[in-house]
Every structure is written in structure tokens, then in C-alpha cells.
Design a protein around this ligand. Sequence first.
Ligand SMILES: C[S@@+](CC[C@H](N)C(=O)[O-])C[C@H]1O[C@@H](n2cnc3c(N)ncnc32)[C@H](O)[C@@H]1O
Length: 198
Amino acid sequence: MIWDDRYSSSEFFYGTEPNDFLRDQHVFIPAGGRVLCLAEGEGRNAVWLAQQGFQVTAVDQSSVGLAKARVLAARNAVNIDIVTADLAAWPMGTARWDGVVSIWCHLPSAVRRKVHRHAVAGLRPGGVLVLEAYTPAQLTFKTGGPSDADLMPTLALLRDELAGLDFKIARECERSIHEGVGHRGRSAVVQVVARVPD
Ligand SMILES: C[S@@+](CC[C@H](N)C(=O)[O-])C[C@H]1O[C@@H](n2cnc3c(N)ncnc32)[C@H](O)[C@@H]1O
């Protein structure tokens, strides 16, 4: 599997620091709440959120990535729940999460639509989704991200897929990203912070 290969080095492919957008926007998630990190890879975001006092569950299909997440958590003396699963089939539950974090969770559009429906249902009233993803415009930058536009949402698609949430931040923008060897340089992204109304 491509992700297992990518994560098989002792280095962390996207580094060990959290994603910038998540670092800036995590304050919207109810403090100390249960947070689900989708497609969490090697665990940098999950571990950092646990350090901020959240109860974190990290889901990814790559057992190699998640083994490194376990190591990173131990190194930082925090606990995170780790689930190895394909998001296409993993039951997220109903009204279970105070936060859902989706950082570079690039799934085929049909799967993404389903996962987003489940994320909306899985959040509690007052719960918050924090998402950053590459848009199809990233294909011209070649600084990281998928090479298939079907895996890359636009803001218009996300507004539709995440209907029912109250959008606090919703923008497409360009920004400079430096995350390990995986993401390097000027990038076209979509950023969302959206909340389940009380
Ligand atoms: C670009 S990496 C992002 C990792 C992490 N979110 C981060 O920011 O460091 C994309 C991740 O999506 C995971 N992934 C892709 N398709 C998946 C699926 N169907 N179910 C679960 N995880 C998946 C991969 O294993 C990989 O770890």
C-alpha cells in the first residue's frame, strides 16, 4: 500500500509539528472534548491535540503510519486511541464527537461525500469540524497533494457535502506550507471551520 511505503522510513513524512491551520483554529473545538482525527497518518495532529487536553481518536488505514503515531504519543507522554480502518466503512457513530479534524484527508469523491455525511451526524450539538484540503488548483503547484482532481474538494463541494453545519471559516486561498518532506511550498487549499448548531 502506497501509504505504508511512504511511512516506512524512520522520519515522519509530514514532520511531527501539527498542521498550521489546525493549530490556529483548534480553539473552536469545545475544550477537553472528544476529537476524531480522520486519516491521521503518523499522528502529528492527534498527539498535539492530546497535548492541548483533548481526548483524541486517530483513524487511518495505514498500520505503518499509526504505529509511528503510537511512538510519537509515547514520546510526548500522551494517550490517544488508535483505530486502523478504511474510512469508507468505519462507523463514526451519532452525536459522539466534540470535534472532527480532517487534515489532508483526500478520498475519492464518492467516499468523501459519505464520510462527510457521517461526520456531520457524528458531531454533537456545538461540535466543530476543522478541515484543510488541497483544491484542484493545487495540481499546477506541484508542492504536494494528490495528482487526481477527484480527490480534491472545492469550497462549493464542501458547502454541499457538509450541509447542516454553520460555517465559521470557509475559504479557498493560497498559502506556503512546510510539513516534513511531503508538503513544501506555495499551495492552493480550502479551509473550513464549521459547527453543529445547538
Ligand atoms: C496526506 S496524508 C495526511 C496524514 C495526516 N492527516 C497529516 O496531516 O499528517 C493522507 C492519509 O489518508 C489516509 N487515507 C487515505 N485513504 C484512506 C481511507 N480510505 N481510510 C483511512 N485512511 C485513509 C492515508 O493512509 C494517509 O495517512
